[in-house]
Design a protein around this ligand. Structure first.
Ligand SMILES: [Cu+2]
Length: 539
């Protein structure tokens, strides 16, 4: 699905959505926000979430029971909060080797019955919490099919050792067809122990392949393009090829509105049964919302902890500079498989379910994938990198003499610190083979003049001013719109960053709708920003 195709859709809804995208997608950023362990005090509770069609949806979610003792990560994200319930639940961030304890209080309506948490991939022990809430009467816990459950008003404590790093899921192990659908799911991020390389990160970095471009660096050291470091760790796994520059977490799920409405009708039923008193049919299954981190497009682009999504605090708004290594953490939640297609390049899979995939000789051996096919319950960690390599034209228009920069290839052919590039070079990580290679044999804007691509006549492009098809990149891209029929370069209308936008979306394209209206649903925009644009993820 292309943005241009979306632009051809006529009507006020699409125009409004696209205008909203252009006005919001460029300002709001994200890393992997969550709360720090190793001890967590959570609750399961009922509340409401919102979708961009205006629907308010009765939802169950995990939330914090009081202020999180370990605080929020990354440090300094404004407005960080963790309420009584949220969708998805709080992202639990711990260190490899931590003994993690999660105390869960069941504050859901009595009619919902008991509830629980599963931590697949870990060996968990569970017991009634040492201190029970005042509202807990009778037996605190019951033995469920999959794990120990907290009865209504009572608390259970789960304990496990975070033995394997990476991205992990947690979700309800009680009446999963109903409780996971209602929203009881979340993520555990385990930061790797890098001590496998002696003396910490300095030696770890020294162990990197000698010809690797300088995108791997210790936490909080200077980076090209500026901006504060929002990474949770210097590497995703204890492996010399698992370093990264930015990271994002996407929890993919879907929602059947009828199930939520039925549960809402029965939420106040008087109930003394441990297993609850609701009778909600969960088949046949007809989901109408398809979610990234509990939000639909375009709400995904709003900031983390945005005040208008108090119960949906996490966004989906990836940004990258050319060449940066982006760690993409994907969790399949719910019932359906959601094949997330990352446009712009394939994704190199590092690990599945927190298991790093290596060859017998210890090299990374994960596949290069077109879509991350997140089967429910499965997690994937992958590295995404966008460069202009292979486009066959100079995206900075150096050939036109409008901009002049050096391009000295490093061992991999890019202009980086490895070949003497300064950290503030506007064309950092340029693919030097295409340096000064003209897009067309005649200037930009003259259609069909013989270059590697043919530009459209802007007079036939619907949504003219919003057309995002410029081949040029960079904050001075406006200056390159010359000729008799100039096409406004990408990003000069809605923003001033001259970025490239790539759709990251469900490749089951039925899912890029919100209650059957396109565009919406399981869709985001990756913004590749030029290096002279600082990506501020701390908001
Ligand atoms: Cu696609």
């Amino acid at each position: 699905m292309s943005v241009v195709k979306a632009h051809r859709m006529s009507g006020r809804l699409e125009r409004g959505v696209l205008a909203l995208l252009l006005s919001t997608a460029f300002a709001a950023h994200a890393a992997v926000p969550g709360i720090s362990g190793p001890s967590f005090t959570l609750q399961a509770a009922a509340g409401y979430t919102a979708q961009p069609d205006g629907t308010s949806i009765y939802t169950w979610g995990y939330g914090c029971d009081g202020a999180p003792g370990g605080g929020f990560l990354p440090a300094g994200v404004p407005n960080a909060q963790c309420g009584a319930m949220q969708l998805p639940g709080p992202t639990l961030i711990v260190n490899q080797g931590d003994v993690v304890s999660v105390t869960l209080t069941n504050n859901m309506p009595a009619a919902a019955g008991s509830t629980s948490m599963l931590f697949p991939g870990f060996t968990v022990s569970a017991a009634a919490a040492a201190v029970q809430p005042a509202g807990c009467t009778g037996t605190a816990t019951s033995t469920g099919v999959l794990t120990t459950e907290a009865n209504h008003g009572c608390a259970v404590t789960y304990t496990f050792e975070a033995g394997t790093p990476g991205t992990h899921a947690y979700y309800s192990g009680t009446q999963g067809d109903l409780q996971v659908e209602m929203g009881l799911y979340g993520a555990v991020i385990v930061l790797p122990n890098l001590s496998g390389v002696p003396a910490g990160y300095a030696n770890y970095k020294a162990a990197l392949p000698a010809n690797l471009p300088d995108t791997c660096r210790a936490l909080n050291t200077a980076r090209p393009g500026g901006g504060s470091d929002q990474r949770l760790a210097a590497a995703a796994y204890d492996h010399p090829s698992a370093c990264y520059d930015r990271e994002y977490l996407f929890q993919l799920s879907e929602m059947d509105l009828e199930i939520h409405r039925e549960a809402e009708k029965q939420k106040d039923l008087p109930c003394g049964e441990v297993t609850g008193c609701m009778e909600v049919t969960t088949e046949p299954y007809h989901p109408s919302y398809f979610l990234v981190n509990g939000r639909s497009f375009p709400d995904v682009a709003e900031p983390n902890y945005a005040v208008n999504y108090r119960t949906q605090p996490y966004n989906g708004n990836p940004h990258a500079h050319p060449g940066e290594l982006v760690l993409v953490r994907v969790i399949g939640t719910g019932r359906w498989q959601h094949p997330l297609h990352e446009h712009g390049n394939h994704l190199r899979i590092l690990a599945v379910d927190g298991n790093l995939i290596t060859s017998a000789s210890g090299k990374l051996a994960g596949p290069l994938v077109f879509t991350t096919t997140s089967t429910p319950g499965m997690t994937m960690d992958g590295i995404y990198q966008w460069t202009a390599k292979g486009l066959n034209w100079d995206v900075y228009a150096h050939a036109d003499g409008i901009t002049s920069d050096a391009c000295v290839p490093d061992a991999n052919g890019y202009y980086t610190t490895g070949s003497g590039a300064p950290l503030n070079a506007p064309n950092y990580y340029e693919w030097c083979d295409d340096h000064e290679k003209a897009l067309e044999t005649r200037p930009f804007g003259q259609v069909g003049s013989g270059g590697p691509m043919t530009l459209p006549d802007p007079t036939i492009v619907a949504m003219g001013a919003y057309y995002g098809g410029s081949p040029y990149f960079g904050s001075d891209a406006t200056a390159r719109a010359v000729g008799s029929t100039p096409v406004p370069p990408s990003g000069t209308v809605g923003n001033t960053t001259g970025s490239y936008a790539f759709m990251w979306h469900s490749h089951n394209e039925r899912e890029i709708t919100t209650n059957n209206a396109f565009p919406g649903g399981l869709m985001m925009m990756l913004l590749v920003d030029p290096w002279d644009t600082t990506i501020n993820e701390a908001n």
